[in-house]
Design a protein around this ligand. Structure first.
Ligand code: NAP
Length: 292
């Protein structure tokens, strides 16, 4: 079998086009421009790059963006003050606190301050708590797992009743992905670094979401024939043929798995573009909640 490739880039592009059209409708109707505020503390190059790509996406979709950049030695009180100010600012629809923050900052306390109506990353305790409880709806679903589920739905993969295996239990990907699959009536197994017999777990999966950050660890012979494979991992490997000297690969060995799976996401071009698209969708939703 040769798997159907789930084209995250194209699907993300269609979400962005829908968001841009709705943003244009709202601004033409005299409503506030949906605006994302990012809070970056410190000088991590990867975090700065993520924040800048989020600002760029806002601009491309006709949305506003505000960037708050604090020095690496900021105090807890200084970071909290920024969040409190953005919470109170009616021009700000959504707030994204870029993680990780420097060690002296208590991230959980910062996230718990976020106005739930502006928590477009969906990481505040209230949003995660609602996601975890049966019959409750979070206002915002964390962007990367939201993107994973959206890709499965767009590809026409049946989630209800499926055996789903999630590799990884991080707060930002694995855990919320598992909660979303449960809410859609999959039977979910969550695996992590202490799981015994990972291949034995993975081979039972009709749906596999891999989010462990280990280069091509999942091999083709772990995959159940016909399974849907969503590869969240982003790992760089040396590649002398590239100008940059490296290329990106996932947590799944794509060449092997694509011979066995029914559907598979590539890396890059799978889950990656969905994360920002879902953030834009969540920011628009925040604006719609605040100003119907
Ligand atoms: P993380 O916080 O480091 O969590 C990794 C998870 O994988 C942990 O639960 C860990 O288990 C588990 N794990 C690590 N090694 C394992 C092994 N050998 N066997 C089984 N489980 C193992 O990572 P993350 O933030 O969730 O990110 C995961 C990957 O997704 C990374 O490659 C990251 O770059 C990528 N990512 C991509 C996007 C995107 O937009 N596409 C967004 C976010 C993250 P323990 O809990 O036991 O430690």
């Amino acid at each position: 079998m040769t798997a159907q490739i789930i084209d995250g880039k194209a699907i993300a592009q269609s979400i962005r086009a829908e968001v841009a059209a709705e943003v244009a409708n709202r601004t033409a109707a005299g409503k506030l421009k949906p605006t994302l505020a990012t809070v970056l503390v410190g000088d991590r190059a990867d975090s700065a790059a993520y924040v800048s790509s989020k600002g760029k996406a806002c601009m491309e979709l006709g949305m506003g963006s505000i960037s708050e950049h604090l020095p690496a030695d900021s105090t807890q009180a200084q970071v909290e003050e920024v969040v409190i100010r953005l919470n109170a600012d009616p021009k700000v629809s959504g707030i994204l606190v870029q993680l990780p923050m420097p060690a002296q900052i208590d991230e959980e306390r910062v996230l718990s301050l976020l106005n739930i109506e502006k928590d477009v990353d969906g990481f505040s305790p209230v949003n995660i708590g609602r996601l975890a409880q049966k019959g409750r709806q979070p206002l915002f679903v964390p962007c990367t797992p939201y993107g994973c589920i959206y890709l499965l739905e767009q590809a026409g993969v049946k989630i209800e009743g499926a055996n789903a295996v999630v590799l990884g239990r991080s707060n930002i990907v694995g855990l919320p992905a598992a909660l979303l699959l449960i809410s859609r009536n999959a039977t979910v197994t969550v695996c992590h670094s202490r799981t015994r017999d990972l291949p034995g777990m993975v081979c039972q999966a009709d749906i596999l979401i891999a989010a462990i950050g280990k280069t091509e660890m999942v091999r083709g012979d772990w995959i159940k024939p016909g399974a849907a494979v969503i590869d969240v991992g982003i790992n760089s490997v040396p590649d002398a043929t590239k100008k940059s000297g490296y290329r990106l690969v996932g947590d799944v060995n794509f060449d092997e798995a694509s011979q066995i799976a029914g559907w598979i996401t590539p890396v890059p071009g799978g889950v990656g573009p969905m994360t920002i698209a879902m953030l834009m969708k969540n920011t628009l939703r925040a604006a719609q909640i605040q100003q119907p």
